[in-house]
Design a protein around this ligand. Structure first.
Ligand code: ADP
Length: 281
């Protein structure tokens, strides 16, 4: 009898996920409702999913649930699966990058990048020398060569965020969760970070979920773009394969074709995220 090919579970799947804070109490506050999606394993590529939606519609809550943070688990209803297993806590397969630069002030750049590697050194079968080498390699990948011995207070916001990115990616997570990572940066730095992220993402071939409040960033980076509804949030629309040539962010985002797409997506965003019950106009 012919052998059945092994069934590869999706990298992430959500089935009817809802989250109500303080569920069952008079203070119950619904944050997410009926979130359904499936992200398949795309070997040697991964998918980049960008998420936009009005403030408070549960975007960060979804990322934190995916990360398995105990502050956010359990789900109120539904199932959230990573590689076919329900999320029950954090794991080395997932890495999170926050808006706030999350470096340790008392550690240098390379020590910050090495932090997670050191924490999991035994499991990753790395010597101290391997960790140091990897940290220096990752410093180079995020263009921080020469700054390895500086402390976070000596770095610009963009440099600090590059440290956080290197620290997370050095652990090679298959799933990268990013919560408005560039929103505190000025525009030129933010565009440069988008290019850097595309470059690194091609190398690490992971699945990325990125929350952003910039529609332009979501359009530029996303293979899929989710527009969340007003709270309690759900995926109101998924846009796939927005047809734009791959170019550096600053070039692409200054083209009339890009501006036309951004206007169209902006209109859709306003329609889909209008709070229920609000009159038109
Ligand atoms: P977004 O990221 O879309 O701005 P959030 O996920 O941060 O939205 O918040 C969604 C809702 O969940 C909000 O009403 C917020 O107050 C609530 N919320 C978020 N985190 C917590 C928490 N740790 N405890 C209680 N309520 C929370």
């Amino acid at each position: 009898m012919a052998e059945q090919p092994a069934v590869v579970p999706p990298v992430v799947a959500a089935r009817d996920v809802s989250k109500v804070w303080d569920a069952g109490t008079p203070a119950a506050r619904p944050a997410l409702r009926d979130v359904n999606f499936r992200v398949d394993n795309l070997p040697e590529r991964g998918e980049f999913i960008t998420i936009v939606g009005p403030s408070g519609c549960g975007k960060s809550t979804l990322l934190c649930l995916l990360a398995g943070f105990e502050t956010h688990l359990p789900l109120t209803t539904g199932e959230l699966l990573v590689n076919g297993q329900p999320v029950s806590g954090p794991g080395l397969d997932r890495g999170m990058i926050f808006q706030k630069y999350s470096s340790f002030p008392h550690l240098t750049v390379w020590q910050n990048i090495a932090f997670g590697l050191n924490l999991h050194r035994a499991r990753l079968k790395l010597s101290s020398r391997d960790v140091r080498e990897l940290a220096y390699q990752w410093a180079a990948k995020v263009h921080l060569t020469g700054s390895e011995l500086l402390y976070p207070s000596e770095l610009s916001g963009g440099m600090q965020q590059r440290v956080a990115i290197a620290r997370t990616l050095a652990l090679k997570p298959r799933i990268i969760l990013m919560d408005e990572p560039f929103s505190a940066l000025d525009e030129p730095t933010r565009l440069a970070m988008q290019d850097l992220l595309v470059e690194l993402w091609r190398e690490v071939e992971a699945t990325v979920f990125m929350v952003t409040h910039s529609l332009e960033e979501a359009i530029y980076l996303g293979d899929r773009l989710w527009i969340f509804s007003a709270a309690p949030g759900t995926i109101a629309r998924q846009l796939n394969d927005i047809p734009l040539p791959l170019e550096p962010a600053a070039v692409q985002q200054s083209r009339p074709e890009f501006e036309a797409v951004a206007r169209e997506v902006g209109e859709l965003f306003r329609t889909l995220t209008r709070a229920p019950g609000r009159a038109d106009g």
